[in-house]
Ligand binder design. Structure first.
Ligand code: GLC
Length: 431
């Protein structure tokens, strides 16, 4: 019975080479449409940033906000691709912060910054790069309006408003007079910029964490919707690929989407990223219960509650750690844990394969015949920590490019999202 169920699930979640090739084609059409300002599920947002030269220098503060863990960093750029982190601290944004109002939210950020400056005895004048990893329409390097929250954030009074102005006002309220906001960036842009500061071959930044998205440098003449002034022939585009909606969905994806806080939005993100993989697996496990396929009744409560199974737990199970040891639940059979592990594998394998297909689509948009070497900067816990995720991505890449996959280098880029904002800030004073 269980085998039959698993086989059915595996078939449903199969993402073949053919699916990948079809996805790449429609992904590229959506990219073109997005660049031209036509209707598209890919926003293709101009970032007002180009790749750095590697000689940018100076001390900067970076605020990296894109999930419930906000990071604040003090960064020293030494030139020649060298970066020193003077200080770094994580602050957790609880549920009460991410669902309150704009002033409570930005005051909290300003308070964290203030605590960080005190702790590191930083009372000098500092330029600040702000990484804000949500879909933002920028009109300059220092202004951007939030289109809509993603990843479960729901702070009132921010959508439709300029997030730099909101943060700046909070700085003023909190008396942070020696800080000057100079740059606003997405985490994908920051990650790309950080790796290309170190390695000029880098031409793509990807996040595979709580959310998923990517950025790449585009020729200015191809961004036909862009009517502003820009001093370079290239501009980095924030794709917002989490919104891509031309992939076949299973009934579990449909249901998850319907019950989510943003139905219809972030379809690809809901199939790929860390915020959702645990939830997809939970929904499948719940069905296994209902079909009487599981032995341990005690588990039922866990699988009944939405989002009670996290991707982190799924990842622990993938590495053969027993997440139920400390839960007080007894009598969980090995068989049930094995089922959960298999389901985790099916769900994460599809996610990794979709991620590779999306990367392949962007690469062949930039370099049709894949003539050049490409370094892809990737950050995020899925890519870094989930057992087998990178291997699954590599396998898909080899299936897509049987003879050229060795030209594609997936390179883990730690803290790139925050550091990148500092590099962008530095590049503003150097061009
Ligand atoms: C979500 C956000 C996007 C961000 C990504 C990764 O998709 O909309 O801006 O880059 O998460 O954090």
């Amino acid at each position: 019975m269980i085998d039959g169920f698993l086989k059915e699930i595996a078939n449903m979640f199969d993402f073949t080479r053919k699916d990948a090739c079809e996805m790449m084609r429609s992904f590229q059409i959506e990219m073109e449409n997005g660049l031209k300002g036509r209707k598209s599920s890919l926003k293709m947002l101009p970032s007002f940033v180009r790749r750095p030269k590697g000689n940018e220098k100076g001390d900067f503060l970076a605020i990296d906000l894109g999930g419930i863990n906000m990071r604040i960093l003090a960064i020293r750029l030494l030139g020649q691709g060298k970066i020193e982190t003077i200080g770094m601290k994580r602050f957790s944004l609880g549920k009460e912060i991410i669902s309150k109002t704009e002033d409570v939210f930005f005051d909290f950020i300003a308070d964290c910054v203030s605590a960080f400056l005190k702790e590191h005895k930083l009372d000098v004048f500092l330029e600040v790069g702000f990484t804000f990893s949500f879909p933002v329409i920028q009109t300059s390097i220092l202004s951007g309006v939030l289109v809509s929250w993603t990843k479960g954030f729901a702070v009132k009074g921010v959508e439709g408003h300029d997030v730099v102005t909101l943060l700046d006002k909070a700085f003023k309220r909190k008396g942070l007079e020696n800080l000057k906001l100079v740059a606003l960036a997405n985490d994908t842009v920051g990650t790309l910029v950080t790796q290309s500061y170190i390695n000029p071959l880098c031409d793509m930044g990807v996040i595979l964490g709580t959310g998923t998205n990517a950025a790449y440098p585009e020729r200015l003449e191809s961004i036909t919707k862009f009517k502003g002034m820009w001093y370079s022939e290239e501009m980095i585009i924030n794709i917002e690929w989490g919104g891509f909606d031309k992939i076949k969905m299973t009934k579990y994806d449909e249901q998850l989407d319907k019950d989510s806080e943003n139905p219809g939005g972030q379809r690809m993100e809901k199939m790929v990223s860390g915020r959702y993989l645990g939830e997809i697996a939970r929904r499948i496990m719940k069905e296994a219960f209902e079909k009487g396929l599981l032995g341990s009744k005690e588990l039922k409560d866990i699988f009944l509650k939405p989002y009670s199974l996290t991707t982190e737990q799924l990842s622990l199970i993938a590495s053969d750690k027993n997440i139920f040891n400390d839960s007080g639940i007894e009598g969980i059979s090995d068989k049930d844990i094995r089922l959960l592990k298999e389901i985790g594998q099916i769900v994460s394998k599809r996610a990794a394969r979709i991620a590779s297909a999306a990367i392949a689509a962007v690469l062949t948009h930039m370099d049709k015949e894949l003539k050049l070497e490409h370094v892809i900067a990737i950050d995020g816990s899925l890519f870094e920590k989930y057992k087998g995720f990178k291997e699954n991505m590599d396998t898909m890449m080899k299936e897509i490019f049987p003879n050229q996959a060795d030209k594609i280098h997936l390179s883990l880029t730690h803290d790139g999202s925050g550091i990148g904002a500092a590099i962008i800030a530095a590049s503003l004073s150097s061009h």
